[in-house]
Design a protein around this ligand. Structure first.
Ligand SMILES: Nc1nc2c(c(=O)[nH]1)N[C@H]1C(S)=C(S)[C@@H](COP(=O)(O)O)O[C@H]1N2
Ligand SMILES: [Mo]
Length: 409
């Protein structure tokens, strides 16, 4: 009850909705909007703070830096580089020098070894571009009920960018992959400040490593990657959650045996059989759990705040973004009346199946009193958002249908 009251109180200040094109944060955003379901302490400490080269982002922790993007930036389907969220596991983040950077490709299931500097990477391989969402596995963890341990993210541990780089499969083809290959493991230039903490390393199954969308990216929205997002190059794995998107990537290890790492097991796993339709990871799954893999279908309303007031006859603008793990968004359905009727929203520009897809639906506020606006996205396979949270101990895959309470007077 207290949560609901506080939630309404936050939204009751007559919040103005800035124009869709406005990318700078309005003054009222100095205290950022945050979902009222977040734990009290998280709401209190989630203040806007500026990392060098970034606009003020919502700070979840300083060491290591975990900063999320305020909701207003998602009014645009492409997230600007300086507003893109930042997530690190370890506090030892080096300033990687582009001139000294090298990507080492090797492994017991590689036919040879290869060392690529940035110039060779750009010169020797055909460049590719893709618009794709990077979403942290733990995005919305703070909304889990009951609460679970981990970075208490709100809704902004995600971003969508146009990435440019080189397909990993082209690099792997150059070095040669043996039939014995089962996984490719990745390491970044960052490391643990204390040797006791395991280095952040991840692996992919061969099918995903060789997928045409998986790339070593060196550009983001037409500019070099920001330091905090993996300069000078990072792995991008469109469709899969952010944990695989190794930043400052320096090592690519083609392996004939599954990679053993704290960050593959026990971290970043979902209970076996809990989520239907997610991709498997054969070499890393067991009877009780599997690694988190693809992003589940989801949406975010950016034009409405819980508790927002309208007068009778006023237009209620329900706009936002929808995305999934790469099948593409087929429909976004909006209910102006707590789920009694559902109406297809107008879908905005299609930037590809891995991108945020804008949507908009407008209706006229008619009946005075409280009303609940509901929104759910449907992907090309027919997957849709769930009515009730599928609880799991790490708080992953929260794609509960949006319910926004408005007041008509
Ligand atoms: N080197 C390195 N890469 C990393 C991580 C990290 O801690 N170190 N975190 C991963 C996780 S969990 C996520 S969600 C994304 C976040 O990408 P971003 O910080 O560019 O938003 O980076 C991934 N790549
Ligand atoms: Mo993450």
């Amino acid at each position: 009850m207290t949560t609901r009251r506080r939630f309404l109180a936050m939204g009751a200040g007559g919040i103005a909705v800035p124009a869709l094109s406005s990318l700078s944060l309005p003054a009222w955003a100095a205290t950022p909007w945050q979902p009222g379901e977040l734990p009290e302490g998280t709401l209190a400490t989630g203040i806007l703070e500026k990392l060098p080269g970034k606009v003020p982002l919502i700070k979840r922790s300083y060491r290591p830096p975990n900063f999320e993007t305020p909701v207003d930036y998602f009014r645009n389907p492409i997230t600007p580089n300086d507003a893109f969220f930042v997530r690190y596991h370890l506090a030892g983040i080096p300033n990687v020098d582009a001139k000294g950077w090298k990507l080492r490709v090797h492994g017991d299931a590689a036919a040879g070894t290869l060392e690529l500097d940035l110039a060779r990477l750009k010169k020797d391989f055909e460049p590719a571009e893709i618009v794709a969402v990077c979403q942290c596995s733990g995005n919305r963890r703070g909304l889990s009920n009951p609460h679970v341990a981990g970075v208490e993210w709100g809704v902004g541990a995600m971003g969508n960018a146009r990435w440019k780089g080189v397909r990993l499969r082209d690099i792997l083809a150059k070095v040669g992959v043996k039939d014995s290959a089962v996984e490719v493991a990745f390491d970044g230039a960052d490391g643990p400040p204390l040797a006791a903490t395991p280095d952040f390393r991840k692996s992919l199954p061969m099918a995903r490593a060789l997928h045409e969308s998986t790339m070593i990216a060196y550009e983001m929205n037409g500019a070099p990657l920001p330091h905090w997002n993996g300069f000078p190059a990072r792995l991008i794995v469109p469709g899969w959650t952010g944990t695989y998107w190794m930043k400052h990537v320096v090592d690519v290890d083609v392996r004939s045996h599954p990679f053993e790492s704290f960050w593959m097991n026990p971290a970043y796993r979902v209970p076996a059989g809990k989520f239907h339709g997610i991709e498997g990871f054969p070499s890393q799954q067991n009877a009780t759990s599997q690694p988190i893999t693809d992003i589940v279908v989801n949406s975010l309303v950016t034009s409405l705040r819980d508790g927002q007031r309208f007068h009778r006859g006023q237009t209620v603008d329900v706009a936002g973004i929808a995305w999934d793990g790469g099948r593409g968004i087929r429909d976004v359905l909006v209910s102006p009346d707590s789920g009694r009727s559902w109406h297809p929203a107008h879908l905005g520009k299609d930037l590809g199946p891995y991108s945020f897809r804008p949507f908009r639906y407008q209706f006229r506020a008619a009946t005075p009193g409280p009303a609940v606006v509901m929104v759910k996205a449907v992907n090309a396979r027919g997957d849709t958002q769930v009515s009730d949270l599928i609880f799991n101990p790490a708080g992953y895959h929260n794609n509960v249908v949006s319910r926004i309470q408005i007041e008509v007077a």
